[in-house]
Design a protein around this ligand. Sequence first.
Ligand code: KIV
Ligand code: ZN
Length: 545
Amino acid sequence: MAVTSGEGDVGPGFGDARVKIDARVKIFDTTLRDGEQSPGISLNLREKVEIAEQLTRLRVDVIEAGFPIASQGETEAVQAIAKVVTGPVVAGLARCDPRDIDRAAEALAVAARPRIHTFIATSEIHMKAKLKLTPAQVLTAVKESCERARRHVDDVEFSCEDATRSDPEFLVEVFGAAARAGATTLNLPDTVGYSLPEEFAALLTYLRSEVSREVIWSVHTHDDLGLAVANAMAGISAGARQVEVAVNGIGERAGNCSLEEIVMALRTRRSASRSDTAVATKEIARTSRLVSMLTGYPVPPNKAIVGANAFAHEAGIHQHGVMMDRTTYEIMDPVDVGLEGSRIVLGKHSGRHAFVKALEDLGFSLNQEEMARAFARFKGMADRKIRITDVDLEAIVVDELSSDEDDYELVSIQVAGGTHLSPTATVRLRRGDEVIDESAIGDGMIDAACGAIQRAAGIDARLESFTVSSVTGGIDALGDVTIVLATQGGGGTHAGDRPERRATGRGVSTDVVEASARAYLSAANRLIRITTSIASSPSVPPSSP
Ligand code: KIV
Ligand code: ZN
């Protein structure tokens, strides 16, 4: 007999779409805002738009596109996303400050469905140490900010930062003021990932009964204690109808509630939770790959839902069970999350038309220059790899998209080495019209290639980590290399010390030396981008999220 915690949860009928649900939970995706705040991530405008388009295919309800006041680049990215996204609501983050709110409104002006998401900290420690405001001043700022945001847009979300360490009675006052001033969604963040599920549910239950049941309550959970998904689930059971998530769970520190985990928990245990989302789950694997490639954050192999081993069975007894009946050890069908295996789409003889068509089918819309670059990469790859699958195509296109006009571009690489020869590498980089050739000797060919790039790009950084995996299986698999570079910071203990900066880069190729060179260059480009954007943007005071 099946053991269930709700009717029909386990067995072939689990996740059954026919089970009646009581609640449709909105998915508010913050990959491009909170996710992008992860150390070492710095997405360019084109990459952000690509992710927003994929989130639209995934059918999330809200895309938090960025924090417009943070920099000019951030404002432009929010504007670009607001322009192309028509289905989901596009949200821009703003502190409870008139300049932030006006800037968010300006960035969202072209959005079909704009939302201003405004927030302020409400815990004693944040109000005293960070904001230097009294509770009464915070209340006034909340009221004025929500009213101001409502003058710009109809859809206003308000969050109490560090809510789970705030006085619950003060939260009632603050959320109440926000709702009366026109906020339509009230968000309860566990900013520092401190809460336990029962506490979080109790707090939301209390707030709903004391403030209002008419607004949409939302939850925003962080994973510092590994409880982000559990807390979000507890919030949903206490009446939250929006959950804030990031793809692959990326985000500040230990990250945010993972989109794929909460969506599949609700879908798989639909009859127990009586809730579901509108997410097109078959797009999950692709979304995860895209975000991982563009952010340079690899997905751990044992990560739930999207990790390489999430559906792998190692023990003989498990393999035997799965062969007899998949549901002995699989509670989800990998097909439902888009892991149905890669399709062979192209080969050596495929021409430009077939290539363009394959990219269109995958939903990529590249401009002429990007298409030319991607096609050249494809041709180079087709000489070395017999079957090119949709996953390979995705990897090369995404790898190409990461290069911006100002970035250094890898034109060519030559390496030599072996048992009797000192490993040497010569690289040619291009930056705009400038062509730079450099060579280096290293401990191995990868080390030599990275050294040559370091010289050519004039970057002073140390290699912090290096990981190689494969994109697809087989001997002609694409090597997927992730590199983390860090600048030589001053340790950060003395005023004036140069803070250490970190950037992650990924590169793919059938050749692991080339993949490593691409990954190194991508991290170097990001490091340069991070350093220049910090130098050129007006500093956002420390009350940024
Ligand atoms: O974690 C947090 O408190 C946030 C808010 C801005 C919602 O990210
Ligand atoms: Zn957050």
